[in-house]
Design a protein around this ligand. Structure first.
Ligand SMILES: Nc1ncnc2c1ncn2[C@@H]1O[C@H](COP(=O)(O)OP(=O)(O)O)[C@@H](O)[C@H]1O
Ligand SMILES: Cc1ncc(C[n+]2csc(CCOP(=O)(O)OP(=O)(O)O)c2C)c(N)n1
Ligand SMILES: [Mg+2]
Ligand SMILES: [Mg+2]
Ligand SMILES: [Mg+2]
Length: 296
C-alpha cells in the first residue's frame, strides 16, 4: 500500500526477518523443503486484501482466482509442478464465499493443482491467504540466484498490462483480474536449463533489484526490447512495463544457447553483466514498483 511518508518498506522488513530465520530462506519466491529421493517440496503463501488488491467491480469468482493464481505463480517460478492449495478466507459477508471458493477451485483445476483445505473466519475487510505446495526434482529447481555474466535476460510475455488496466486502459481488465500463472512455461524453462528465475508480481524494475540482491553480477535491459501493453502510447507503455505491478510473467536468465525453448513465448530484454548494477539503456534504473510500505 502506498503512503506519502515512507519509513519502512517490505524489503527492509525482509532483512529484519533474515536476522530471525536463515536469510537464505528469503531469497526465492517459495520456501524449499527436501522431501527425500532427490525431490524438493516448494511452498508459497500470499495474502491479499480487498482495499489493496481487489479493484471495485471484481467478482468474487475473480477474487478466488487471483488469490490462487498469485501463489501458483510463485511455484511456477521455481520450475515446480503445483500440487495442492489451501485457502484461508477472512470473510466480510457469508454470501461471498461460494464465488471465492469456485474461483480458487477453477484456477487450481486449470493449472493442475487441487484445492485441499484452508481456513475460515469472520473479518471486517475481505482478506485471503493462499498457500500452495509444489514439487520439483532437485536437479531441476531454478532459484533467483544463479545468473552469470553473458546470460540473456528474458520474460515470458507482455509487461505492464495489469497496471495499464488500473490507470484506465479497460482492454487489460481481464489480465489484471484473472492473472495466468506461467506454470507450463516455468517447468519447460527449468528443463531447458535457465540459470535464474522469479515472477514479476511487483514489477520488472523491483524484480531486477531482487535478482541483484542475491547474485554476484548485474542486469542490463534495453527498454526498446520490452514487450509493451497493447493499446497504450509507447512512452507510457514503457513506464508501465518497468514499474507496474500485478503482472505474473516469469523473469529469467539463461545461457543464450538454450533458446528457443519449445512452446514458450520468450522475449529477450537484456543481458547479465559483470558490474553489480541494474541498468536500463545504460543508465541506473530507478528502484521503484509495487511495494508494501509503512508510513510515519
Ligand atoms: N513474514 C515472513 N516470514 C518468513 N518468510 C517470509 C515472510 N514474508 C516473506 N517471506 C519469504 O520471503 C520470500 C519472498 O517473499 P515475497 O516478497 O512475498 O515473494 P513473492 O513476491 O514472490 O511472493 C519468500 O521465500 C517468502 O517465503
Ligand atoms: C489496487 C491493485 N493494485 C495492483 C494490483 C495487482 N496485483 C495483484 S497481486 C499484486 C502484487 C503481489 O501482491 P503482494 O501482496 O505483493 O504479493 P507477493 O509479492 O508477495 O507475491 C499486484 C500488484 C491489484 N490487483 N489491485
Ligand atoms: Mg514471486
Ligand atoms: Mg509473497
Ligand atoms: Mg509483493
Amino acid at each position: 500500500m502506498k503512503r506519502r511518508c515512507v519509513e519502512v518498506d517490505e524489503r527492509a522488513l525482509h532483512k529484519m526477518i533474515g536476522t530471525i530465520i536463515d536469510p537464505e530462506r528469503l531469497e526465492d519466491d517459495c520456501a524449499v523443503i527436501p522431501c527425500g529421493d532427490g525431490r524438493l517440496l516448494v511452498a508459497s503463501t500470499d495474502m491479499l486484501h480487498e482495499t489493496t488488491d481487489f479493484p471495485a467491480g471484481m467478482t468474487d469468482w475473480q477474487i478466488g482466482w487471483m488469490a490462487t493464481a498469485v501463489t501458483l505463480s510463485d511455484i511456477a517460478s521455481m520450475g515446480a509442478r503445483p500440487g495442492q492449495v489451501l485457502l484461508a478466507v477472512g470473510l466480510d459477508r457469508p454470501e461471498r464465499l461460494r464465488g471465492i471458493m469456485e474461483g480458487a477451485r477453477d484456477c487450481c483445476a486449470r493449472f493442475g493443482a487441487e484445492l485441499v483445505g484452508g481456513d475460515l473466519d469472520a473479518h471486517g475487510e475481505l482478506t485471503i491467504v493462499s498457500t500452495g505446495l509444489g514439487t520439483v526434482e532437485a536437479a531441476q529447481i531454478v532459484r533467483r540466484r544463479g545468473a552469470r555474466p553473458g546470460d540473456i535476460i528474458a520474460v515470458t510475455g507482455p509487461l505492464g498490462e495489469a497496471q495499464a488496466a488500473l490507470v484506465g486502459y479497460d482492454r487489460h481488465w481481464k489480465e489484471l483480474l484473472e492473472p495466468q500463472p506461467r506454470v507450463r512455461e516455468g517447468m519447460a524453462l527449468a528443463r531447458a536449463g535457465v540459470s535464474a528465475m522469479m515472477d514479476i508480481s511487483d514489477g520488472l524494475a523491483l524484480s531486477l533489484y531482487d535478482l541483484l540482491g542475491v547474485n554476484d553480477c548485474g542486469f542490463s535491459v534495453d527498454t526498446a526490447r520490452l514487450p509493451l501493453p497493447a493499446g497504450v502510447p509507447e512512452d507510457e507503455g514503457r513506464e508501465l512495463a518497468l514499474y507496474g505491478g500485478g503482472d505474473f510473467e516469469l523473469l529469467f536468465c539463461a545461457p543464450p544457447g538454450i533458446l528457443p525453448v519449445a512452446g514458450v513465448d520468450v522475449h529477450v530484454i537484456g543481458e547479465v553483466i559483470r558490474e553489480r548494477v541494474v541498468l536500463a539503456d545504460g543508465e541506473p534504473l530507478e528502484r521503484r514498483g509495487y511495494l508494501h510500505e509503512w508510513g510515519g
